[in-house]
Design a protein around this ligand. Structure first.
Ligand code: GL4
Length: 818
C-alpha cells in the first residue's frame, strides 16, 4: 500500500519479541504463557511506536505547529495491540512471526484488557478522533484522566447486573509512559485574598488549602500508515508534599483537611453515568483537576517557544471541550491570564474566546451539567468570582440585545437563580467559546432551535454542526478481516484512508458472485460470534437465523424495552400459531446500566428473564432466541458488529444526538431498523430509503403528540397485542414464583406516562420488522442491500469529521513527519 512500509519484517519481529521475552519479561519461549507473549509482542510494537513518537514530537517542536488540544473526561480506547500493529502495517508479519514461534496471535490479543476509560458513545468518539488526528498527520494532543478503575465490569447473576471493579492496569500496561518531569501542582479549596495595589489596582490571591500533584501518563496514538504518533496525556492525582503553612498557622488545618477530598481519590474511578450528571464534589474536582493540569501543560509548551509573549497564543492553541465536562477550563484560563500573567480582563477574555470551542453531545435535560454555586465556591473560590464577572459582562451584552428584558437575562444567565443557586455549564461553554457544534445535522438544528435559540440570535454562525464519525481502521479493517480482504480486491487496499472508495462496491451489488462472497463472509462472522456466545453464556444459537443486534448503553430513550415488547409479541404469535411464518431470529443485546439507574437495571433483568423462558421453550420451533451478552465493551463490540444482519437504532426521535454504533454496524453490512433520529437520518440519506427500515414518529410528530397530551393508555387499549404483551410482564410467567418482578416496566410505560413513547411507536416498529423479515427471505435482494450499506458509509469516517473540524473550527494544518 502507498506510504505503508512495514517497519519490521517477519524475522526482525520474531527476534524483537524473543528479545523482549528474555530481557523485558525475564522468561523464555518454553515458559511463556499467552499473557507473557502479549506483553513481549506489545513491547516489540512499542519500540516502533516510541520511535515514531520521538520523531513526531521533534518535528512538531521544530515547526512550532499550531495544535488542537482535545479535552475529554473520557477516552474509551479499548485494546491497542492489534490497532497499533494495523496502523503500522505490521499485523500480517507479526502474525506469521508468532506462528513460527508456535503462538496464535488471536489468543495473544485476547490477553489485553480493554482500556475502558469512558462510558459509551462520547468516550469512544474521543478515541476515534485521536486516531483520525494522528492519521491525518495533525498536531494534536488528547487530555484526560488516568482513572485507576475504568467503567465497571458487568456480571450477570440470576439475570441481574452486578458491577465489579475494572482493573485495567493490574498487571502493568505496556503502552503508557509515566512523565514525572511534567508533573503539575493543582490548588484546591481555601480562600481568596483581595489586595489593593499602590495605583489603586486590585489583585486577587488565592490561598489554597490543598495542593495535589498531577502526574502525566502518556499513551502514544499511532496514525494509520502515516508516520505521526501523537499522545493521549492522562493525569493521575497524587498527594503533594507541599504543606500549607498559611492554613496551618490559621489553625484548624487538620480539621479543614478532613472535610476535603483526599488527593489520591481524585483519579481513582470513572463515574459510570452516561447522560446524567452526578452533582458530586469529587466529580467536579476531577473535572477541574484534569483541566488545570492540561492548561498548565499547554502553557508550559507555549512558553518554551514564545516566553511571556501571549500575543501568539491564539495562533498556536485551540482547545476543544468534549461536552461541558471540561468547561471549568474557561474560568481557569481567565484566572491564569488575569491573576498570574496580569493581563487586563478584556485582553484575557479575548484570548479565551479565541481558544475554546465546545461540542454539545446531548439535549437530555438530566445530562446538562449544573454545579451548585456553593460547591464551586468551596472548591474553587477564585473561579466562582471569575464566573460571576464573566456573567456580569455577558448580561450587559444581553441588555444591549434585549433592553429591559429581565426574563431573558434570567434565562441566559450562567447562574440559575433557584433555591439552590446553580452554575449552568452549557451557558458558560457557549459564552466562552468561539464555536459550538452539535454532532449530527438534526441534533445541531435542535441545539439551535430548542437548546440555545437566543445564543443563535446573539451570535449568528457560532452554532454549527459536525456530524460524528468512526475510524474505519478499527471498525472494519481490524475487526472484520474477511470483509476487508474482499473489499481490498474490489476497490483497492487504500479504502481505510479514503473511505469514499467503498462506493466502488455499489456497482457489484447486483453481481451474484460478489453477493455470495459478501454473504459468505457474513456467515463466517456469524459462526464465530455464535461460538463466542456459547462460550460466554452456554447458549447455542442458530447461525441460520437473522442476527438482530442492539448494542449501546441501557437507557429508556434508547428503548431496549421497545425491542423487548416486540420480542414478546413474536413469542406470543408463535405460541398462538406454531406455524407462524417468520424467518428464525436471534435477538442479541449488549448493554451496561448506570449502577444507580433502577429502571435500566430492571430492563436488563427483564431481557434475561424473557431470554431464559424463550430459549427453553421448544414451542417456538427454533424460530426465536434471545441473548444478553454480559460486559459489553469495545473488544466485544469488535466481535459482534461483523456478525450483525440487523442493527437496532430505535431511540425516540430527537433524543439520540447522533449515535455511532449505527455507523459501525452499517459499515459492516448490517441493515438498520431505526427511527428518524440522530445520524440515522444521514445514514438513510446515504444508503437510500430502500436499504434501511425506517419507522416511528418524527421529531415534529413527537413534539406534536406530547403537546396534545400523550396518553399511553390510548395505544394500550387500542392494540390488543400490545396490551397482551405489556400485561404479560406483570404476571410471574417470566419470573416463576416472583410475580411483579418485571412490573416496574409496565408501570413506567402506562402510569409513568411512557416518557419515550414506546407505545406510540410500537405498531410502526412491529410493521418495520415484518417488512424486514420479508426482505430477508430474498437472499439476493438482502445481499444487495447489505453491500449497499457498506458501500455508502464513506461519509461516516472520523477522518471526514476531523476534516470538518479542521476546516470550520480549528484551522489547523497537517505537519508531515519524516
Ligand atoms: C452521546 C450521545 O448520546 C450519542 O448519541 C453520541 O453519538 C455521542 C457522541 O457524540 O455522545 N452524548 C452523551 S452524553 N453520551 C453519548 O454517547
Amino acid at each position: 500500500m502507498a506510504g505503508l512500509t512495514p517497519s519490521l519484517n517477519k524475522a526482525e519481529f520474531k527476534a524483537s519479541v524473543i528479545r523482549h521475552l528474555h530481557s523485558t519479561l525475564g522468561t523464555d519461549e518454553n515458559k511463556a504463557n499467552n499473557h507473557a507473549w502479549w506483553k513481549a509482542t506489545s513491547a516489540a510494537v512499542q519500540e516502533l511506536v516510541l520511535e515514531g513518537l520521538r520523531k513526531t514530537q521533534k518535528t512538531h517542536y521544530m515547526n512550532d505547529t499550531r495544535a488542537v488540544h482535545y479535552l475529554s473526561a473520557e477516552f474509551l480506547m479499548g485494546r491497542l495491540l492489534s490497532n497499533n500493529m494495523h496502523n503500522f502495517g505490521v499485523f500480517t508479519e507479526a502474525e506469521k512471526a508468532l506462528k513460527e514461534l508456535g503462538v496464535n496471535l488471536t489468543d495473544v490479543l485476547e490477553e489485553e484488557p480493554d482500556m475502558a476509560l469512558g462510558n459509551g458513545g462520547l468516550g469512544r468518539l474521543a478515541a476515534c478522533y485521536i486516531d483520525s488526528l494522528a492519521t491525518l498527520e495533525l498536531p494534536a494532543i488528547g487530555y484526560g484522566l488516568h482513572y485507576e478503575h475504568g467503567l465497571f465490569r458487568q456480571e450477570i447473576q440470576n439475570g441481574e447486573q452486578i458491577e465489579r471493579p475494572d482493573s485495567w492496569r493490574d498487571y502493568g500496561n505496556p503502552w503508557e509512559i509515566c512523565r514525572p518531569e511534567s508533573i503539575q501542582e493543582i490548588p484546591l479549596y481555601g480562600y481568596v485574598e483581595t489586595k489593593y495595589g499602590a495605583n489603586g489596582g486590585i489583585q486577587k490571591e488565592w490561598h489554597p488549602a490543598m495542593i495535589v500533584k498531577g502526574v502525566p501518563w502518556d499513551i502514544p496514538v499511532v496514525g494509520y500508515s502515516g508516520n505521526t504518533v501523537n499522545v493521549l496525556r492522562l493525569w493521575q492525582s497524587e498527594a503533594s508534599d507541599y504543606f500549607n503553612w498559611d492554613v496551618f498557622n490559621a489553625g484548624g488545618y487538620v480539621d479543614a483537611q478532613r472535610e476535603n477530598v483526599q488527593a489520591e481519590t481524585i483519579s481513582k474511578v470513572l463515574y459510570p453515568n452516561d447522560e446524567t450528571e452526578a452533582g458530586k464534589e469529587l466529580r467536579l474536582i476531577q473535572q477541574y483537576f484534569f483541566c488545570a493540569c492540561s492548561l498548565k501543560d499547554i502553557i508550559r509548551r507555549y512558553k518554551r517557544a514564545h516566553g511571556d509573549d501571549w500575543s501568539r497564543f491564539v495562533d498556536q492553541v485551540v482547545i476543544q471541550l468534549n461536552d461541558t465536562h471540561p468547561a471549568i477550563a474557561i474560568p481557569e484560563l481567565m484566572r491564569i491570564l488575569v491573576d498570574r500573567a496580569e493581563l487586563d480582563w478584556d485582553s484575557a477574555w479575548s484570548i479565551c474566546t479565541q481558544v475554546f470551542a465546545y461540542t454539545n453531545h446531548t439535549l437530555l435535560p438530566e445530562a446538562l451539567e449544573k454545579w451548585p454555586v456553593r460547591m464551586i465556591e468551596k472548591i474553587l473560590p477564585r473561579h466562582i468570582e471569575i464566573i460571576y464577572e464573566i456573567n456580569h459582562r455577558f448580561l450587559s451584552e444581553v441588555e444591549k440585545t434585549w433592553p429591559g428584558d429581565n426574563a431573558m437575562k434570567a434565562k441566559l444567565s450562567i447562574i440559575e437563580e433557584a433555591d439552590e443557586k446553580m452554575v449552568r455549564m452549557g451557558n458558560l461553554s457557549v459564552i466562552g467559546s468561539f464555536a459550538v457544534n452539535g454532532v449530527a445535522q438534526i441534533h445541531s438544528e435542535l441545539v439551535k432551535k430548542n437548546l440555545f435559540p437566543e445564543f443563535e440570535e446573539m451570535w449568528p454562525g457560532k452554532l454549527t454542526n459536525v456530524t460524528n464519525g468512526i475510524t474505519p481502521r478499527r471498525w472494519l479493517k481490524a475487526c472484520n478481516p474477511k470483509l476487508s480482504a474482499l473489499i481490498d480486491k474490489k476497490v483497492g487496499a487504500d479504502w481505510p484512508l479514503h473511505l469514499n472508495k467503498l462506493t466502488g462496491l455499489a456497482k457489484h451489488a447486483n453481481n451474484k458472485t460478489f453477493q455470495k462472497q459478501f454473504m459468505k463472509v457474513k456467515q463466517e462472522n456469524k459462526i464465530a460470534l455464535a461460538q463466542e456466545i456459547e462460550a460466554l453464556t452456554g447458549i447455542k444459537v442458530s447461525t441460520k437465523a437473522i442476527f438482530d443486534i442492539q448494542i449501546k448503553r441501557l437507557h429508556e430513550y434508547k428503548r431496549q424495552h421497545l425491542n423487548l415488547l416486540h420480542i414478546l409479541a413474536l413469542y406470543r404469535r408463535l405460541l398462538e400459531n406454531p406455524d407462524y411464518d417468520m424467518h428464525p431470529r436471534v435477538f442479541i443485546f449488549g448493554a451496561k446500566a448506570a449502577p444507580g439507574y433502577k429502571l435500566a437495571k430492571d430492563i436488563i433483568y427483564a431481557i434475561n428473564a424473557v431470554a431464559e423462558k424463550i430459549n427453553a421453550d421448544s414451542r417456538v420451533n427454533n424460530k426465536l432466541q434471545v441473548v444478553f451478552l454480559p460486559n459489553y465493551r469495545v473488544s466485544l463490540a469488535e466481535k459482534m458488529i461483523p456478525a450483525a444482519d440487523v442493527s437496532e437504532q430505535i431511540s425516540t426521535a430527537g433524543k439520540e444526538a447522533s449515535g455511532t454504533g449505527n455507523m459501525k454496524l452499517s459499515l459492516n453490512g448490517a441493515l438498520t431498523i431505526g427511527t428518524l433520529d440522530g445520524a440515522n437520518i444521514e445514514i438513510a440519506e446515504e444508503v437510500g430509503d430502500d436499504n434501511i427500515f425506517i419507522f416511528g414518529l418524527t421529531v415534529d410528530e413527537v413534539a406534536d403528540l406530547k403537546a396534545s397530551g400523550y396518553n399511553p393508555y390510548d395505544y394500550y387499549y387500542q392494540n390488543p397485542e400490545l396490551k397482551a404483551v405489556i400485561d404479560w410482564l406483570d404476571t410471574d410467567y417470566f419470573t416463576p414464583g416472583k410475580p411483579g418482578a418485571l412490573s416496574s416496566i409496565k408501570h413506567s410505560l402506562l402510569d409513568g406516562g411512557d416518557p419515550y413513547l414506546c407505545l406510540a411507536d410500537f405498531a410502526s416498529y412491529a410493521d418495520a420488522h415484518s417488512r424486514l423479515d420479508a426482505a430477508y427471505r430474498d437472499q439476493q435482494e438482502w445481499a444487495k442491500m447489505a453491500i449497499l450499506n457498506t458501500a455508502h458509509m464513506g461519509k461516516f469516517t472520523s477522518d471526514r469529521s476531523i476534516q470538518d473540524y479542521v476546516e470550520n473550527i480549528w484551522k489547523l494544518a497537517p505537519c508531515s513527519v519524516k
